[in-house]
Design a protein around this ligand. Structure first.
Ligand code: C5P
Length: 284
């Protein structure tokens, strides 16, 4: 039996993010285009006789039951008794609390990996359904690529692949997704994404329409509270980004660039800021 597996756990960004209303279960009804990027954690799973152990290169990462990767392993192993345990090493590159689904993608990789390691033969649909118990972004992280997501984020319509170039800038603070959603007030929204125009543009690889249609309504919460977000967006556009937007609930901002060289060039401008983390990425 293979007793060790190494998996990539890619981050996601939201190319559009719209909120259509509040649901009776307390979540928000989303309409968002999620896009997997090459910024990724690396997960090593090693079969154990029993128990779940987590370790990481990042001392800030909780290694107990609060870690979504731990929850993923715990649910899967509890529902498939007698298989043994697992040691999970998380080599963290994706910043924590950044709006990039770092915790969700680690959990997704653990579900995919344990399915192989322990030959559980669960379908993608079954894995995604377990994923939703862990977090709203986990089903997308299992499916990957680019998708229009509705509902809590689990109703996924895959979109064709397109290779895009990004520079990500994360200020040195984190936000709580629950808090940002909790403070969302639709009456404060002035710029919503035009999702229909975005999809039309996407299918025609029309970057002008795509960029024109991209917005994130959660900026009304996070960017209103932290001026730095708007400052980073302006700076990215000045440095050649075709569009700059906050991802998810923030605070990471990404610039979308024409090509890798332009993204890299813009990156030099931020490289002297030691209060920001900067990452170059392309579509995964
Ligand atoms: O599903 P997950 O635990 O990742 O979501 C974190 C928080 O984000 C939720 O507790 C909820 O407050 C908010 N959320 C929401 N509507 C969604 C997804 C997340 O209100 N569709």
């Amino acid at each position: 039996m293979t007793d060790q597996l190494i998996l990539d756990a890619p981050a996601k960004i939201n190319l559009t993010l719209d909120i259509k209303g509040k649901r009776s279960d307390g979540y928000h009804e989303l309409e968002t285009v999620m896009h997997q990027i090459t910024l990724a954690d690396r997960i090593t799973l090693t079969a154990l006789q029993q128990g779940i152990e987590i370790s990481s290169n990042d001392p800030e990462l909780p290694v107990g039951e609060a870690n979504l990767a731990h929850r993923a392993a715990s649910i899967l192993l509890m529902r498939n008794p007698g298989r043994g345990g697992v040691s999970i090493h998380i080599d963290k590159t994706i910043p924590i609390g950044a709006g990039l689904a770092g915790g969700s993608t680690d959990a997704a990789a653990v579900l995919r990996g344990l399915n192989v390691l322990y030959k559980l033969n669960l379908s993608m649909r079954e894995l995604m359904s377990i994923g939703l118990e862990i977090g709203s972004d986990v089903p997308f992280c299992i499916q990957g690529g680019t998708a229009l997501a509705r509902g809590r984020g689990e109703q996924l319509q895959p979109l064709p692949h397109m290779k895009l170039f990004f520079l990500l800038v994360k200020p040195n603070f984190s936000v709580s997704t629950a808090e940002v959603f909790g403070q969302f007030d639709s009456s404060k929204v002035t710029n919503s994404p035009d999702t229909r125009a975005f999809l039309e543009g996407w299918h025609h690889c029309d970057m002008i329409s795509i960029c024109h249609a991209m917005e994130n309504v959660l900026e009304t919460v996070t960017a209103a509270r932290y001026q730095e977000i708007e400052q980073i967006k302006t700076r990215l556009v000045k440095r050649g980004a075709l569009k700059a937007l906050m991802s998810g609930s923030g605070p990471t901002v990404f610039g979308l660039f024409r090509d890798e060289a332009s993204a890299q060039q813009a990156g030099y401008d931020f490289s002297t800021d030691n209060n920001k983390a900067v990452f170059l990425a392309t579509s995964y």
